[in-house]
Design a protein around this ligand. Structure first.
Ligand SMILES: *Cc1c(COP(=O)(O)O)cnc(C)c1O
Length: 392
C-alpha cells in the first residue's frame, strides 16, 4: 500500500466545492489539544466570525463537529418534542429530509409542497399556518440544492412570527453565496455546512439558535433524544461564560480550516461575496443560454451558486459528466431524486465561483456536446460569457 494522492479536480457540483488553498494550508498546521488555551481562543474567534457570517448576535452560535445533515438534526432534535406539530415546506430533496427529522423526533409534519424547481409559495405556507394554529415550528430550505431554487426566507419567517411559530431554516447552500440575515429576518434556528459556499473542507455544520428558540428548549418536558447534539451539553464546551469542559474531541485541524475560511469571508465582505457569486452566475448563464441549454428554475428564483439546466434531447448525460471528469478533471453534478437523469447541476460555490471555472466549464461542455452531435449551438458559449464579464 502507498500514500493516497487524490487527483486535482475542479469541483463544480453541488458540493463539496473547491477549497481555498489558504484553507488547505491551515488544515495541515500542528494539532493542539481541544482544551488548549490557544484552541479556546480560536473557538472564540470562530464564534465571532460565525456571528458575522450569519449576521446574528445569537450567543448560541457555534459549529457542530459533523456535516450539514448533523446540523439539520441538531436544530430538529432540540426543538421538536413528541407530539409537536411542524409545518414543513418541501420543494426538493432536502425538505423531505426535514419531514424525516420531525417524524423521528416523534413530531407530526404538516407538509406544504411545491413543484421541484419552484420556490416555497408563501401563500400556501400562510394557509397551512392558519389551518394549524397549534403548529409550533415552520421549517424550510432557503436554497434548495437539488433544484437550484431560492425561497423568500424573510417573508416566510415573518409569516411564522405572525402565527406564533418558531422557524428552522436550512442554509447549507445559501450561507456565503446568497443574502442571508438571521437577526433581521427573525430566524430562530439555522444550520449550514462548510463545503458549499464557505470554500472549506466538508464535515462541519455551523448552527445558530435565537433566544426565543432557547426558551423553548429550556421548557422541554422530555430529554433531547440525541446526547451528542443536545445544545445544553454542547454549550459546556462551546459556551463562553463558564469554564470549558470536555464534551467531545473537536476536529481540531478542521476547525483551523473553518477559521481560515471565515477570515477569508470576513475580509472579502459578505456583500462582495454575494456580488461575486451573482457575477459569475450571470456569465455562466449567458454561456448556457447561448448554447441553447434551458434553466430549470425561473430567472427570479435562481440560485447563483447552483445552476440546474435541462439535458438536451438524446444526450447521454452520464457520458458527458464522465468526459468532463476524465478529460478536464472537472466535476459537475447529476440530478438528484425526481430530477435524476433530467438535469445537470453546475455549482459555482465559494472559491469555485470564479471566471476561470466558468470559462473552463463552458468551453469543455461546448466541445464535448459538439463532439457528440448534440442539438446545441456550438462555439458561442465562451464568447457569450466573456461578453457578460466585459459588460458587468
Ligand atoms: C448539502 C446539503 C445538506 C447536507 O449537508 P451534508 O454536509 O452533505 O450533510 C443539507 N441541506 C442542503 C440544502 C444541502 O445542500
Amino acid at each position: 500500500m502507498q500514500s493516497f494522492h487524490p487527483p486535482r479536480r475542479t469541483l463544480m457540483g453541488p458540493g463539496p466545492s473547491d477549497i481555498d488553498p489558504r484553507v488547505l494550508a491551515a488544515l495541515s498546521r500542528d494539532t493542539v489539544g481541544h482544551l488548549d488555551p490557544k484552541f479556546i481562543e480560536l473557538m472564540d474567534q470562530i464564534k465571532q466570525l460565525l456571528h458575522y457570517a450569519f449576521q446574528t448576535e445569537n450567543n448560541m452560535t457555534f459549529p457542530v463537529s459533523a456535516p450539514g445533515s448533523a446540523g439539520m438534526e441538531c436544530t430538529f432534535v432540540n426543538l421538536v418534542e413528541p407530539g409537536d406539530k411542524v409545518v414543513v415546506a418541501q420543494n426538493g430533496v432536502f425538505g423531505g429530509r426535514m419531514k424525516e427529522n420531525v417524524e423521528r423526533c416523534g413530531g407530526v409534519a404538516v407538509m406544504v409542497t411545491d413543484d421541484w424547481g419552484s420556490p416555497v409559495d408563501p401563500n400556501k405556507v400562510e394557509e397551512a399556518l392558519k389551518a394549524n394554529p397549534d403548529a409550533k415550528i415552520l421549517a424550510f430550505v432557503h436554497a434548495e440544492t437539488s433544484t437550484g431554487a431560492i425561497s423568500d426566507a424573510e417573508t416566510l419567517c415573518k409569516l411564522a412570527r405572525d402565527n406564533d411559530c418558531l422557524t428552522i431554516v436550512d442554509a447549507v447552500t445559501s450561507l456565503g453565496g446568497s443574502p442571508l440575515k438571521v437577526d433581521d429576518w427573525g430566524i430562530d434556528a439555522i444550520y449550514s455546512g462548510t463545503q458549499k459556499c464557505l470554500s472549506c473542507v466538508p464535515g462541519i455544520s455551523p448552527v445558530s439558535f435565537s433566544s426565543r428558540a432557547l426558551e423553548v428548549v429550556q421548557k422541554r418536558k422530555t430529554k433531547v433524544q440525541s446526547w451528542f447534539l443536545d445544545i445544553s451539553l454542547l454549550m459546556n464546551y462551546w459556551g463562553g461564560e463558564t469554564k470549558r469542559t470536555y464534551h467531545h474531541t473537536a476536529p481540531v485541524n478542521a476547525m483551523y480550516a473553518l477559521h481560515e475560511s471565515l477570515v477569508l469571508l470576513k475580509n472579502e465582505g459578505l456583500e462582495r461575496a454575494w456580488e461575486r457569486h451573482a457575477r459569475n452566475h450571470n456569465a455562466l448563464k449567458a454561456g448556457f443560454e447561448a448554447m441553447g441549454l434551458n434553466f430549470v428554475v425561473d430567472e427570479a428564483y435562481r440560485l447563483p451558486q447552483l445552476n440546474a439546466v435541462s439535458i438536451p434531447e438524446g444526450v447521454d448525460e452520464a457520458a458527458v459528466r464522465g468526459a468532463l471528469l476524465n478529460e478536464y478533471s472537472l466535476e459537475i453534478g447529476a440530478g438528484l431524486g425526481a430530477m435524476a437523469g433530467k438535469i445537470w447541476r453546475v455549482g459555482l460555490m465559494g472559491y469555485a465561483s470564479n471566471p476561470k471555472n466558468v470559462l473552463l466549464c463552458l468551453g469543455a461542455m461546448d466541445a464535448i456536446l459538439t463532439g457528440m452531435n448534440a442539438p446545441i449551438q456550438s462555439g458561442v458559449a465562451v464568447g457569450s460569457a466573456r461578453e457578460s464579464y466585459a459588460s458587468a
